[in-house]
Design a protein around this ligand. Structure first.
Ligand code: TXA
Ligand code: MG
Length: 360
């Protein structure tokens, strides 16, 4: 299959391009579109054969359920059997936006979409292009992130092409996405409600409206074991072996510098993933010690601007990976507020290699 790419204006997308995309979806084809979080790989959610193509294109295991995108809260009842009061509160406050609600599903939603679960994950994206597409289509659109399974989620059309060229019919390219991390997922099919994936809407924001919400992301950090499919550790994984360093900043910087020296001394080429300010703090520690050409570093935002860190995280991981380093040493930024989502993604990319440094 030949993949077409159409550039669209992120604020005022050309209606002809949107109509073409909606027609393709209606005909059971695959269309990649931008959302405010990451690019999504879309198919008609109520067309089982179309949804199957998503799993094939991504090489995604069938036990990993998809998020269904709708144009507005009024479309919830096309897919879900009801909306508990807490879910409604969150939807009214944070839709359109980076929030996904897990609700009891209606039989109209194919089991393939939900991996056989009796629940369905719903989201109203705020990106103008996504909204225009949902409105033009009129039907719900199933869309996981538009990456190959276990690759970092795509925040630009170039990332999508890297992973899916020749596997999708159309890509709508509206430039880099704003948030850069997948939506916050809150499951209302259990009591109390469970935050299953941290994202652009913070746990603290959710908790302010739904005080009994708990966190269960299926991955370490004192949290419960995995409760939903698709929360497997090896997600967002770069090709290089990534290790996450966390703890007091100065101690982490010293340890990373020491580990970089050890690794390069034994011939490894290593990559450093850290905020601009952390990279600046690391520079004098590393300078002159290790041979040039053995170290690559790519920043992701700054400690003072975690929104930018979230926006840049996946692109920075991809960029470091593309340099061919065998190891990536990643410096974390804490785990509260928006940092919770960043920390979650880094931990998954690290696949268990987390070094918690204590003050010395
Ligand atoms: O920001 C986003 O959410 C992006 C954009 C494209 O909207 N989409 C996205 O989709 O991240 P994906 O497929 O990468 O994430 C889907 C995840 C599943 O792995 C699972 O963790 C959760 O959503 N999920 C989906 N359906 C669920 C369900 N019925 N119950 C619990 N979790 C579910
Ligand atoms: Mg994904």
């Amino acid at each position: 299959m030949k993949t077409r790419v159409i550039q669209v204006d992120r604020e005022r997308p050309d209606p002809a391009a949107i109509e073409e995309a909606a027609d393709l979806l209606r005909a059971g084809k695959l269309v990649v579109f931008p959302t405010e979080t990451v690019y999504g790989l879309g198919a008609h959610a109520l067309d089982q054969a179309a949804v199957q193509k998503i799993f094939d294109a991504k090489e995604r295991p069938a036990n990993d359920p998809l998020i269904v995108h709708i144009a507005h809260i009024g479309q919830v009842n096309q897919c879900a059997a009801g909306m508990p009061a807490g879910a409604r509160k969150l939807a009214l406050s944070f839709w359109a936006g980076p929030l996904t609600l897990v609700l009891q599903k209606k039989p109209e939603v194919p089991d393939l979409v939900t991996a056989g679960l009796p629940s369905v994950a719903l989201r109203v994206p705020s990106h103008r292009v996504a909204r225009a597409l949902m409105e033009m289509a009129g039907f719900p659109i199933a869309a996981p992130s538009a990456n190959r399974f276990s690759r970092p989620s795509p925040t630009t059309a170039a990332h999508v092409i890297e992973d899916l060229d020749g596997r999708v019919d159309l890509i709508l390219d509206a430039g880099p996405t704003d948030i850069g991390l997948e939506s916050t997922i809150v499951d209302f099919t259990v009591d109390p409600p469970v935050l299953r994936r941290p994202g652009g809407i913070t746990f603290e924001q959710v908790q302010s409206l739904v005080p009994d919400v708990i966190v269960q992301t299926g991955q370490g950090g004192g949290e419960e074991p995995q409760a939903a499919p698709g929360q497997m550790t090896r997600h967002y994984a770069p090709r290089a072996e990534l290790t996450l360093y966390e703890g007091p900043r100065d101690a982490v910087v010293r340890r990373v510098a020491a580990d970089v020296r050890t690794a390069t001394a034994s011939g490894d080429r290593v990559g450093i993933l850290a905020t601009e300010d952390d990279l600046a703090a690391l520079a004098p520690e590393i300078a002159g010690r290790a041979s040039a050409g053995r170290i690559e570093s790519v920043p992701y935002g700054s400690r003072g601007d975690l929104e930018r860190s979230g926006r840049e995280l996946y692109a920075s991981i991809r960029a470091l990976d593309a340099t061919g380093v065998s190891k990536i040493l990643a410096v974390g930024v804490g785990a509260d507020g928006l940092a919770r989502a960043i920390h979650d993604r880094l931990k998954r990319a690290a696949d268990g290699r987390v070094r918690t440094i204590v003050q010395d």
